[in-house]
Design a protein around this ligand. Structure first.
Ligand code: ASP
Length: 411
């Protein structure tokens, strides 16, 4: 029997995962099947994520260094840098603006009181994270001993070291040709391993979604329904309308083509809630079905996975305004501008791992004097919302690489 394409298997895996998770949820946590089923799903899901993370660091390192080396050879480096940064900042700015407009309009949280959530907040101590300290921490984390960064799986520090190595490789020219060749082969080898890992992707994605759906706290979802609806609606607006529109206007590529070609990465992002774990798949889609020059994708996608987070930026801004509503504080235009800027910094600084945005949100809240402990209210629903925002984060990186490719090609 001929199996359907991997792309389709992944979609089926996701649908089945949600359906089985909902079934388990209906049976209740005490049911013996559910206990065993969720345990097994947890094992398979973690195995899939572990395999992706295993290949992540060698892949990122080789792909950036080789990408930079190739671009410098083509003298396009400057254009790629500039277009990438402009795209990242513009798309995150649009996302945050959408969030601010939506929350101001729909006012989720108005009429509710912080006291209603006292129990949730009781045992929660937010770690203080003032803006200057946050920025210092971020800058300090950019340059690390490369061996430590590689060993700890610190994607941002690996990205910056690989950028420097890539530049040195080109400037050294002939002198380092063997090293460049080694990295080119390392990249090809890593991609081959990603291909193998993807064979179990349908199962891994199904397992992750079973566990996610089975363990949702429906009561908490119901009490925060309006906020969830505003966040989900705005995130979808950005992911389904804004980003595809930018893509269409600049490159002429249709949304349908884009979604079909990027589905593997989008579904993986949804199930893992981690841009970093999804990165090997994002690179595979970008250089494969989306047909982006590996030199451009090798630079834009890994950098984007750590700094370009439209979904996270949008969420940080929306959550800050929601908490202001709960506390009963009306934020002035000036304060909302501070939220705009800090949400952007918080999204850039958030690593691509599950719920990272929750940690960096402390800074956004503190910047306008909101109680950081209020994050405890959002924690129970975070895993759910993280699925969608991570998907949009990853979508932004893929759209970005297509846009940059087009802009660089135009003379
Ligand atoms: N989970 C997100 C990501 O990996 C980050 C976040 O928590 O917003 O892209």
């Amino acid at each position: 029997m001929k199996l359907p394409s991997l792309n389709l298997q992944i979609l089926w895996g996701a649908v089945l995962g949600v359906a089985l998770g909902a079934y388990f949820h209906g049976l209740g946590a005490q049911h013996p099947w559910v206990h065993g089923g969720v345990y097994a799903a947890g094992l398979v899901g973690s195995l899939f994520i572990d395999l992706l993370k295993m290949i992540l660091i060698p892949l990122v390192f080789c792909s950036i260094a080789v990408g930079i080396a190739n671009l410098r050879q083509h003298q396009q480096m400057h254009r790629v840098w500039v277009s990438t940064l402009i795209f990242f900042f513009s798309s995150m700015s649009i996302a945050i603006t959408l969030a601010l407009l939506a929350v101001n309009y729909f006012q989720p949280g108005a009429g509710m009181h912080l006291a209603m959530f006292e129990q949730a907040m009781q045992n929660f101590q937010a770690k203080q994270l003032p803006l200057p300290e946050f920025v210092a921490q971020f800058l300090h984390g950019l340059f690390l001993n490369p061996f430590a960064a590689l060993a700890q799986g610190d994607v941002l520090a690996v990205v910056s070291f690989a950028l420097i190595v890539g530049i040195a490789l080109v400037l050294g020219g002939e002198r380092y040709k063997n090293l460049l060749l080694l990295m080119q082969e390392g990249l090809a080898l890593s991609m081959q391993i990603v291909g193998w890992v993807m064979r179990i992707a349908p199962l891994g994605i199904m397992a992750l979604l079973i566990k996610l759906v089975a363990m949702q706290d429906v009561a908490m979802i119901a009490s925060l329904a309006k906020f969830i609806a505003v966040v989900v609606g705005t995130t979808l607006l950005h992911g389904v309308v804004v980003l595809p529109l930018i893509l269409y206007l600049i490159t002429g590529k249709t949304p349908l083509w884009f979604w079909r070609s990027s589905r593997e990465a989008l579904v993986t992002a949804f199930a893992t809630s981690s841009s970093s774990a999804t990165l090997p798949v994002t690179l595979r889609c970008t250089t494969g079905q989306l047909q982006v020059n590996p030199a451009i994708a090798g630079f834009v996608v890994p950098l984007g996975a750590t700094v370009n987070m439209d979904g996270t930026a949008l969420y940080e801004a929306a959550a800050a305004l929601f908490i202001a509503n709960l506390v009963g504080i009306e934020l002035s235009l000036g304060q909302q501008l501070i939220v705009f800027i800090t949400a952007m910094i918080a999204a850039i600084g958030a690593p691509g791992i599950p719920s990272a945005g929750m940690v960096t949100m402390v800074m956004v809240l503190q910047s306008v004097g909101l109680p950081a402990e209020a994050i405890a209210i959002l924690l129970p629903i975070d895993r759910l919302l993280d699925t969608l925002r991570t998907t949009v984060n990853v979508e932004g990186d893929m759209v970005g690489s297509l846009v940059v490719q087009k802009l660089v090609a135009q003379k």
